[in-house]
Design a protein. Structure first.
Length: 185
């Protein structure tokens, strides 16, 4: 079975939405999680995870971790030899995501309050970086934290960019049009 499909079967979206929305968790649409943020549409998350192509053992950065759902999916994909660092700006969502993952026994995901700079430089470089909010352009700070051969998947306006770092300061970019995300704050 495909790693992403297996993660979706194991990590239930219903465990990462507010209790009053659990009955709607299987709807293929974004759902509010509070503070003007959403948990992304499952189809969009599957596409982004397929473009990210995280592998067992990878060190991954999840930017805009929200409720912790994508963090938990990534933790399952990279397995016990991998690690996922999740960063979120909204303190209540940092706690929500952390609590959701702890409750489910996910041990290879670590949550941090986002600082002034994008990402989490102290654990760089990352094999993969996933961003779940729309930027105006790919954040340079995240590109700097990417390992050579690593990949950044980031919404930029109405596209999702798949950026592969081919050498220091050299990148190859694929554009996937037609997406809408909350803004990266």
């Amino acid at each position: 079975m495909d790693r992403i499909e297996e993660a979706f079967r194991t990590v239930r979206r219903a465990d990462f939405v507010p209790p009053e929305l659990r009955e709607e968790a299987d709807v293929d649409a974004p759902l509010p999680i509070g503070f003007g943020q959403t948990i992304s549409q499952p189809t969009t998350v599957k596409l982004m995870l397929s473009w990210l192509d995280a592998m067992p053992g990878d060190q991954v950065l999840d930017v805009g971790s929200g409720s912790g759902w994508t963090t938990a999916l990534l933790a399952h994909i990279v397995g016990p030899q991998g690690i996922v660092y999740a960063v979120e700006r909204i303190p209540q969502l940092v706690k929500f995501g952390r609590d959701n993952c702890r409750r489910l026994g996910i041990e290879n995901a670590f949550f941090s309050q986002a600082g002034r700079e994008f990402g989490l430089r102290g654990h760089a470089p990352y094999a993969r970086i996933l961003v779940s909010a729309s930027a105006r352009e790919p954040p340079v700070a995240l590109l700097d934290q990417l390992a050579i051969g690593g990949k950044l998947v980031v919404p930029v306006q109405y596209d999702v960019l798949e950026v592969t770092k081919t050498a220091e300061d050299e990148y190859r970019t694929r554009r996937h049009p037609g997406f809408v995300f909350v803004p990266l704050v």
